[in-house]
Ligand binder design. Structure first.
Ligand SMILES: NC(=O)c1ccc[n+]([C@@H]2O[C@H](COP(=O)([O-])OP(=O)(O)OC[C@H]3O[C@@H](n4cnc5c(N)ncnc54)[C@H](O)[C@@H]3O)[C@@H](O)[C@H]2O)c1
Length: 301
């Protein structure tokens, strides 16, 4: 395939572009910032650039990962989010249809499923963890990032309906390498926090990239669908109450060796887990499961 990858200089793009090239695809990376995996430096908001890139490079598949995302809420205004995440997505969809592109993969986010109420969790009076899968409604994102990503998903849905463009939307959980913005509040080191998160809300960047590779392969067959992409959780919905009240006990039930391994490192488990992303639909319908999960992280300690 000749694949346009937007956001190619970013954290995901830097892993995804070489992975696609290794698989034998021709990849054109487009990003507003230069980078080793970027061929075209420019914005997805620039419709003429999007059009000429798709046409002149003979693009027949698109991965749209470019975005303003959560960290930019502090540094960029709302209009920038609307321009990049909504108008940029519309530009790509319209030019994809015009060029009869065969498939489109949109990098979405689990963040758009998190309302203020879910975010408030235990402090907001919640008694049990929220079990989150693709059927969850209503979607009430709590910030401009989630609102604009949800709008972009709606555009994808509309374009599939109107033009039958095969589209897969991957709601990925967190794979960023930076410290969590709550790390200090919960007194865990970055590595400790990330390890804990693999139980319910994180995946590796390699797995995020691999999910896109699989989605590209499966898009024409699937037609249109949305998938949560996150390391497979060991928990089940029946754990929800205890996860909120006493997460370490639940984790110890599934992983009897975790306490000893954590203690050796001076690590701790979160007292409470307030949400779980369930990626079973991706396993069933996309045939994709993350390679890195909490078990492997424990074994590697
Ligand atoms: N990192 C995470 O934990 C995470 C979690 C869920 C979803 N996502 C989604 O994954 C995608 C990639 O995230 P990432 O972590 O690689 O982010 P990143 O910020 O590292 O990469 C995004 C890239 O998009 C580029 N970009 C921004 N505006 C652009 C524009 N107007 N035109 C062209 N390029 C533009 C940036 O320069 C950057 O290189 C995003 O869509 C994000 O919403 C990320």
């Amino acid at each position: 395939m000749k694949i346009l990858v937007t956001g190619s200089s970013g954290w995901l793009g830097q892993t995804l572009v070489p992975r696609l090239r290794q698989a034998g695809h021709t990849v054109v990376g487009l990003d507003s910032e230069p980078g080793a995996t970027t061929d075209v430096v420019g914005s997805v908001v620039d419709r003429a650039l999007v059009r000429s890139t798709i046409r002149t490079k003979g693009i027949n598949a698109i991965v749209h990962a470019a975005a303003r995302h959560k960290p930019h809420i502090e540094t960029h205004d709302n209009s920038e989010f609307v321009a990049v995440n909504v108008q940029g997505t519309l530009n790509l969809l319209e030019e994809a249809v015009a060029a009869k592109v065969s498939r489109f993969v949109f990098t979405s986010t689990t963040s758009l499923m998190i309302s203020q109420k879910i975010r408030d969790g235990k402090a907001g009076g919640a008694r049990k963890a929220v079990w989150i899968d693709e059927t969850m409604t209503p979607l009430q994102p709590r910030n401009i990032y989630g609102v604009t990503k949800l709008a972009a998903e709606d555009l994808c849905r509309l374009f599939h309906k109107l033009h039958r463009l095969p589209i897969i939307m991957l709601r990925t959980s967190r794979f960023f390498p930076e410290e969590d913005d709550m790390a200090h509040a919960i007194k865990q080191s970055g590595e400790n926090t990330k390890a804990n998160e693999f139980l319910f809300r994180r995946l590796s960047v390699d797995d995020a990239a691999e999910a896109h590779v699989v989605a590209l392969q499966k898009a024409p067959e699937i037609g249109f669908d949305t998938f949560i992409v996150s390391a497979l959780t060991p928990f089940s919905p029946s754990d929800a109450r205890e996860l909120m009240a006493d997460a370490p006990s639940v984790v110890a039930r599934y992983f009897p060796d975790y306490r000893a391994k954590y203690e050796k490192r001076g690590w701790t488990m979160f007292d409470s887990i307030d949400r779980i992303y369930d990626s079973n639909k991706a396993r069933r319908l996309l045939g994709f499961t993350c390679r890195t999960n909490f078990r492997q992280i424990l074994d590697a300690l």
